[in-house]
Design a protein around this ligand. Sequence first.
Ligand code: ZN
Length: 253
Amino acid sequence: MGDNRLTRRLSRRLLFTAGAGAIGVTVLGSCSSGPSTPSSSPQSAAPEPSAPAAGGAVAGDWRQVDMSYVSAYILVRGKEAAIVDLGTPGSDAAIAEGLKAAGSSWSAVKHIVLTHQHEDHVGGLAAVAPKVKATIYAGVMDLASIISEKPLKGVAEGDEVFGMRIIDTPGHTLGHISVYEPSTRILVAGDALRNAGGLVGSDPQYTTDESKANDTVRKLAAMDIMAVLPGHGGPVTVGAAKALKELAAGLPA
Ligand SMILES: [Zn+2]
């Protein structure tokens, strides 16, 4: 099936942090000094709320598979696992390592959520699909643009997957979705948000509808969010709510 040499080369190249949650947290130092500095924020000594993480996880029970510039996220609960996004083609080796580090495996994966149609998030699908007996979900408006041998299930705002709530977050693409875990207030944001030395919105260069993308940031800022796990850049597990509100406040009306 796979070219072993290639697989080995990829595994070596891919920085994998699922077993070292500390890396994900370290990246975050910069997010409190984010892009905007509104004078209205009180400079109190109140500690920034931070999201707790289990061993090896970056927030809650979520593990990050950091494939140098794009991430997939794995959530293992009991004997079942869910994966959000699958990276570029060839990412399956890194995701397999992430599952292993979480004490899981492909056979446990019952849910795969694709946040949007772009290649760096769905590229791993062709290789991963034959390895799993999972329902594969994507936003209704992006379905037609995702090439898949297996049927995809369209989801939208309010749908539940594995105890997580689907949030419509259009703009980056029209069918872009994010995943929100109410029990931990963790948001897996795809490309609706990025961490680029601080929390920012969808990269304008790749955004289908900028006005919708801004509306999405405002919508997310109004939610109760403890941590943001973005597709690009490290997880924001400290001061995420504040960073989101500052980001939203700096957007054009
Ligand atoms: Zn992306």
